[in-house]
Design a protein around this ligand. Sequence first.
Ligand code: DC
Length: 224
Amino acid sequence: MKKINIAIDGPAGAGKSTIARALAKDRNMVYVDTGAMYRAIGLYCSRKGMDGTDAAAVEKELDNIEVSLAYENGEQVVYLNGENVNGFIRTPEAGVMASAVSVHTAVRTKLVELQKALAEKTSVVMDGRDIGTVVLPNAEVKIYLTASSAVRAKRRYDELTAKGMECDLAQLQKEIEERDYRDMTREVSPLKKAEDAVELDTSSLSIEEVVEAMQRIVAEKTGE
Ligand code: DC
């Protein structure tokens, strides 16, 4: 199979990571979760007690932050200065912090460079907010996944409660809407559909149905 890259963008909770992971597995491609990289930088800042919205403070720390990805037993593992931080970056607080640090140009430049390098080496399914627009503008396939904020909040709620975390559905929806607003209105690389991306609303679809729809899109675009 020739090397191809698949870019998946969309708001928080649209199902990007579940779908991207399934698609990558099915096509024997590497799944790159770029949100995890922003979360790792957010985690570093919150551990230091920093204000993630303070551009100058975050930028000053960037040289002390090394984020890298590895693949262990088929799963992406995020290393923050050599420490496996997968167990710390999935909380709603880490998401809020990630969104805060992701508005800074210096943060984006650092991570986008890393993401481009990964996609150059191998076929990837990469998900995020700016993959089709900025990171991989020449990706063979671009998909923009959406779903209503109520559906996305419910999915996050089910995911977190399944892990035994306590959470409030209305609060989750509010946080998701705030995060959407911040991600879509930020100055640098806001979340938006690339002109040549195919949009897929997953509100009333099962995971299997979304994966099937994506496979059709990929086959159409690549002839494979
Ligand atoms: O996909 P996620 O929820 O793990 O992403 C966490 C935050 O990181 C999200 O609110 C915005 C930011 N992000 C980004 O700005 N660009 C990306 N490519 C991925 C994530």
